[in-house]
Design a protein around this ligand. Structure first.
Ligand SMILES: Nc1nc2c(ncn2[C@@H]2O[C@H](COP(=O)(O)OP(=O)(O)OP(=O)(O)O)[C@@H](O)[C@H]2O)c(=O)[nH]1
Ligand SMILES: [Mg+2]
Length: 423
């Protein structure tokens, strides 16, 4: 089965927590703070893999979680950064945010794209030492990573895309000009999923995509419809194959018009792509029949090539024309995927997220990172307490508590920890 649309979940790693530790050495009574910083959480990275041609591996594995950074240690040892998680996808994969539909990355070039960064490690207590605070007993928790639902969509990246009605000879053509061996048969919808073939001509080569036949109403999902129209979007040139043999009793000009109409209804831009028209199965027809269609097509500004895949007539001229045309055609315009920067902002916001509720007389703060902080602090230590209060002030928790009606002396709960609010 050809899988070209999947939903997966990814999560970048949390940063490691900073450590609270004091230097210990024989004969030195009270050493200074030496708690190291936490390591960075792993990033979520996408990498193009030329050996993959479908997204089928994602039918079974759908969750990708990067590891968390290691906590800091004593003697100012920094925690180890976690390895990144690398997700391999075929060339032409578009990665988008499942919820917003926004495209985040277009994996079309060799190399990798860092989609989600891991959380930074928290500072160890050594970091908080000052001339007046020589023995801080607190450290900072690492930043949280971000979990996100993504949609992966594979859109073929081919130089030339074959379009046309079913049974007009698209697969036969790709089978005689490339090494691709698609199924060929005398019925409609023989080809059920796109197939790529590398065409070598003279001293150059290009990629041709055989796309399943289109029919009227394809833009609304008729036949194999929209599933494959979207692949056409990323081809440099369209090769419109029209059966001119008339053995099925079809009218080539009407067929040509109907397919163009489908392309246009799907996306106006498709019709502005360079298009070359091929009259196929010429071995089954007479020259006069081909001439009238040739005139029709040329009068509309398209180049026309009569061919027969059976006798190979006209193929050399067609390939010459494709190579020449490709030489002066750029790739379809690139996508804007500024979304990656937004994700970094989102990760920062989510990493410091909190919600405040009132239940009875108690004010409750729900927050993953504040829970983490509370579990790390020693509240019998006045400096730690001060640090905690500063954090509540700095990140706006205090003002939200006040908005809900908290006053000095009100009870506030974070996880299993209760404390008194001070304004
Ligand atoms: N005589 C002759 N028959 C051809 C030629 N090209 C293709 N055919 C025949 O036309 C029929 C359909 O060919 P395909 O290549 O499978 O057509 P297709 O356009 O890929 O069809 P779908 O996959 O259904 O969209 C087959 O029986 C081929 O043998 C040709 O140049 N000459
Ligand atoms: Mg076919």
């Amino acid at each position: 089965m050809f899988v070209d649309l999947v939903k997966i979940t990814v999560k970048s790693g949390d940063g490691g927590n900073g450590a609270v530790s004091f230097h210990k050495e024989k004969y030195i009574a009270r050493g200074g703070p030496d708690g190291g910083d936490g390591g960075k959480g792993g990033d979520v990275v996408f990498q193009m893999d030329d050996h993959l041609s479908t997204l089928s591996s994602f039918r079974y594995k759908k969750k990708f979680v990067a590891k968390n950074g290691q906590s800091g240690g004593k003697n100012n040892t920094t925690g180890r950064n976690a390895d990144n998680i690398v997700i391999r996808v075929p060339k032409g994969t578009l990665v988008s945010d499942y919820k917003t539909g926004k495209i985040l990355a277009d994996i079309s070039k060799a190399g990798s794209v860092t989609l989600l960064k891991g959380g930074k490690g928290g500072f160890g207590n050594a970091h908080f030492a000052t001339s007046v605070r020589q023995a801080p007993r607190f450290a900072k928790p690492g930043e949280c990573g971000l979990e996100l639902e993504l949609q992966l969509e594979l859109k073929l990246l081919a130089d030339v895309g074959l379009v046309g009605f079913p049974n007009v000879g698209k697969s036969t053509l790709i089978s005689v000009v490339s090494e691709a061996r698609p199924k060929i048969a005398n019925y409609h919808f023989t080809t059920l999923s796109p197939i790529l073939g590398v065409v070598r001509h003279k001293d150059t080569s290009f990629v041709m995509a055989d796309i399943p036949g289109l029919i009227e109403g394809a833009h609304n999902g008729a036949g194999l419809g929209i599933d494959f129209l979207k692949h056409i979007e990323r081809c440099k040139i369209l090769l419109h194959v029209v059966d001119v043999s008339c053995v099925e009793g079809r009218d080539p000009a009407a067929d040509f018009k109907a397919i163009n109409m489908e392309l246009q209804k799907f996306d106006e831009k498709l019709l502005h792509k360079p298009m070359i028209v091929v009259g196929s199965k010429c071995d089954l027809t007479s020259c006069e029949d081909v001439d009238s269609f040739k005139n029709y097509v040329e009068s509309r500004g398209y180049a026309f090539y009569p061919i027969s895949s059976a006798t190979k007539k006209g193929l050399f001229e067609l390939l010459d024309a494709l190579v020449e045309r490709l030489g002066r055609t750029d790739l379809p315009e690139g996508r804007d995927y500024s979304g990656i920067e937004d994700l970094e902002k989102l990760r920062k916001i989510k990493g410091r997220e909190f919600h405040v509720f009132k239940s009875g007389k108690v004010y409750e703060i729900r927050s993953a990172w504040l829970n983490k902080l509370v579990s790390m602090l020693d509240f019998s230590d006045s400096e730690s307490l001060l640090y905690f209060r500063n954090i509540l002030e700095k990140y706006g928790v205090n003002s939200e508590l006040k908005d809900l009606g908290a006053t000095s002396g009100s009870t506030v709960k974070i996880g299993e920890f209760f404390f008194e609010f001070t304004e």
